[in-house]
Design a protein around this ligand. Structure first.
Ligand SMILES: [Zn+2]
Length: 309
């Protein structure tokens, strides 16, 4: 039995799983990322975590996969750029650094891509040839997977970054320098901000959804706008990529009872007549990233076996 370690570096937590080649989970650990402390701190936390797991897990781990925020050169296993979730998380040669220390093959992938690979391996997109995973969390991410070509990385390793596709020309100013980026309208943060703009009082996203449940007029406007924007984005993506399904992931999927039916109705009324848009909830949720990272680690091992045989 081959065992691999999959690690997902998130904004608040680092999640690690050991699996066998069937994806059976043998061990799961979580530690705080504390990304605000910067690159050196996160790297040290990562190394300590890997060493502890290696010490604790009785069988041999054959490879490590890592999912991380930012633009990732998956060929070199290096984070090229990221926009502040982890301080100074730029030019991080993860595969080289971890490979030298642990003497293991290391695969590195963007976190949204890793989550999409996870959903395809063990989750909602099993057996699908072409699909797109949309992550609706504190920010908006995406990853397009094509069975024959794998994840769409793009020329500059930022393919699938739908959060910065423009939804409103001349709209709100984004931290990326553009205006009207989709992330400013479609994320947990956006929902809270919009509710407050309308005069609503909320500390977090749950407050807004609670207000929705109580038929608060401002919260209902927020929902209407959110669903409308999401439908527009999905219809555009459907026309560009024509995936078999969109898998919706991220923290907001836990609130889907408030907006799922409205979204389905809008999709069928707004999309062009020849298009059938299939939208499904993610299955692996918080584990998608680490399981996807385990899958890319396994790819390395299986590839090595193939080239040796
Ligand atoms: Zn932007």
């Amino acid at each position: 039995m081959i065992h691999v370690l999959g690690i997902d570096i998130g904004g608040t937590k680092i999640s690690a799983v050991v699996t066998d080649q069937n994806g059976t989970k043998k061990l799961h650990r979580m530690v705080s990322t504390k990304g605000y402390l910067g690159k050196d701190h996160v790297l040290k936390t990562l190394k300590v975590l890997i060493q502890e797991i290696k010490n604790e897990f009785s069988a041999e781990i054959k490879a490590i996969g890592v999912g991380t925020p930012g633009y990732v050169d998956a060929r070199l296993g290096k984070v090229i750029y990221s926009c502040g979730i982890i301080k100074d998380w730029v030019e991080v040669a993860l595969a080289q650094e971890l490979g030298q220390l642990f003497q293991l093959p290391i695969a590195v992938e963007n976190d949204a891509n890793a989550a999409a690979i996870g959903e395809g391996w063990l989750g909602a997109a099993q057996d699908m040839d072409q699909y797109m995973v949309i992550t609706l969390g504190t920010s908006l991410g995406g990853a397009y997977v094509n069975g024959s070509g794998g994840v769409l990385h793009g020329y500059g390793w930022c393919g699938g970054e739908i959060g910065h596709s423009i939804l409103y020309p001349n709209g709100k100013e984004c931290r990326c320098g553009q205006r009207g980026c989709a992330e400013l309208y479609l994320s947990g943060t956006a929902i809270v901000n919009r509710f407050r703009e309308l005069g609503g009082i909320s500390a977090n996203c749950e407050d807004v959804f609670r207000a929705m449940e109580q038929k608060d007029a401002k919260a209902l406007v927020v929902r209407e706008e959110f669903v409308d924007d999401l439908a527009v984005l999905l219809i555009s993506l459907q026309n560009i990529l024509d995936p078999q399904a969109f898998i919706i992931s991220g923290g907001l999927i836990h609130t889907k009872k408030h907006w799922w039916d409205n979204l389905q109705q809008l999709l069928s009324s707004k999309s062009n007549s020849g298009v059938n848009i299939n939208v499904l909830p993610a299955q692996l949720l918080n584990l998608a990233g680490s399981l996807g990272a385990a899958r890319i680690a396994l790819n390395l091992v299986e590839h090595n076996h193939e080239s040796l045989s």
